[in-house]
Design a protein around this ligand. Sequence first.
Ligand SMILES: NC(=O)c1ccc[n+]([C@@H]2O[C@H](COP(=O)([O-])OP(=O)(O)OC[C@H]3O[C@@H](n4cnc5c(N)ncnc54)[C@H](O)[C@@H]3O)[C@@H](O)[C@H]2O)c1
Ligand SMILES: [Zn+2]
Ligand SMILES: [Zn+2]
Length: 443
Amino acid sequence: MRAAVYEGPRTVTVKDVPDARIEHPTDILVKITSTNICGSDLHMYEGRTSFETGRTLGHENLGQVVEVGKAVGKVKVGDWVVLPFNIACGFCKQCEQGLTSYCLTMQPDPGKAGAAYGFAEMGPYQGGQAELLRVPYGDFNALRLGEDAAERQLDYVMLADIFPTGYHATEMAGVKPGDQTLVYGAGPVGLMAAYSALLKGAGRVWVADHQPDRLRLAEEIGAIPVNTAEEDPAEVVKEATLGLGADNGCECVGYQAHDPQGREDGTLTMNGLIDAVRFTGGLGVVGVFLPEDPGAADTQGKAEAQGKMPIDFGMLWFKGLKVGTGQAPVKRYNRALRDLIAGGKAEPGFLVSHELDLDEAPSAYEHFDNRDDGWTKVVLHPQAGNGNGARAHTRKDSRKDSRHSAGPASHRTVEQLRHEAAKAGIEGRSHMNRQQLEQALDR
Ligand SMILES: NC(=O)c1ccc[n+]([C@@H]2O[C@H](COP(=O)([O-])OP(=O)(O)OC[C@H]3O[C@@H](n4cnc5c(N)ncnc54)[C@H](O)[C@@H]3O)[C@@H](O)[C@H]2O)c1
Ligand SMILES: [Zn+2]
Ligand SMILES: [Zn+2]
């Protein structure tokens, strides 16, 4: 089968590898039709992890079941499924508590916890940027999808990681209706955190980044963009909240945080949030931080290469901030978020900029890694070349015409709807109520 294989820093090739197959009676085998490139892949792509050369990447996977092991009871051949990036057993001490991102039995190293497809330090499993994927404990790990799965892959594939991960950031931060929330990072994860906060009814959500194309998407879903090349997010937030600060904050950047000029400093986002969030507020940190990053020795310093970051712990303690960290337990949220998508209440596929053939993975990695303008999220279709899956095309242009891209209208404030109405040149908008504005924008 064809697969996107890591060959060393900034080198991915697509080549033939041995077919994935059923290895245990509880496995299922999935023909992958959509598989995303993630910001987490970029840490590996850049050689900033221990990821082994020769391994297949890809942990955000969706497809159709083509074979099931003898002990599989629920999942059937032909089912459309989306796979949480975490691989979990369902019966260990962690899984029993819903902490599937720290499963003890799928991680072979007793000093560690948690497993994932095609991921550094998360077990030996191959990734799904390939034609086929072996899924251990298929009954537990696969989330089955409804009849609209094939047509709405761009929305449902986000359930493998970034939608639940963004949602998890807001859960750890404690986002509630009416809250004012600051998100660092307008990458796919930050956008999903902002989207989740808005779905939960947050009053105001700021998204900080220095990439204008990503900030535009944040604005489209109803968040307030903060360009860090021009403004300090903590100052913006404090000014807007009578000096109190945001109720909570989400870190969606990770240890390779950098200034707008590209100089790495892993403390920028944490210290920004400690400054910006009010006394006793909450922080949800889903951006990846690692105990070992040999690559940091050159870019950030020796201490940072061991994951030691000089964050403002004194101020964090003084403010009584609560902090949640770590890999997201996707299974805790994916079923409910699937039903929001199925019910038309969430369309996380709005951030997809490119749908490409698997064979185009090498250049897709290069563009996404450069954060080239307009490359917000890449979905690869391994079956496209076989005439057996979605055809590859970019979504960038069609997105502009799609009113879906702005997210569900009901999750935007009247102020935001009026702002959109102004952009669309709708007359009489200042006297319209929510319903009238929604109708006018619908036309
Ligand atoms: N915890 C989990 O379960 C989980 C799951 C998925 C991804 N992640 C991690 O989340 C992070 C984000 O993922 P992504 O796919 O959005 O990655 P990405 O690299 O596409 O996006 C990161 C964004 O952060 C911005 N950025 C960099 N430095 C910044 C700074 N100082 N201030 C503000 N913005 C800054 C970049 O411009 C970029 O737009 C990564 O570390 C990824 O590994 C964690
Ligand atoms: Zn991911
Ligand atoms: Zn387990």
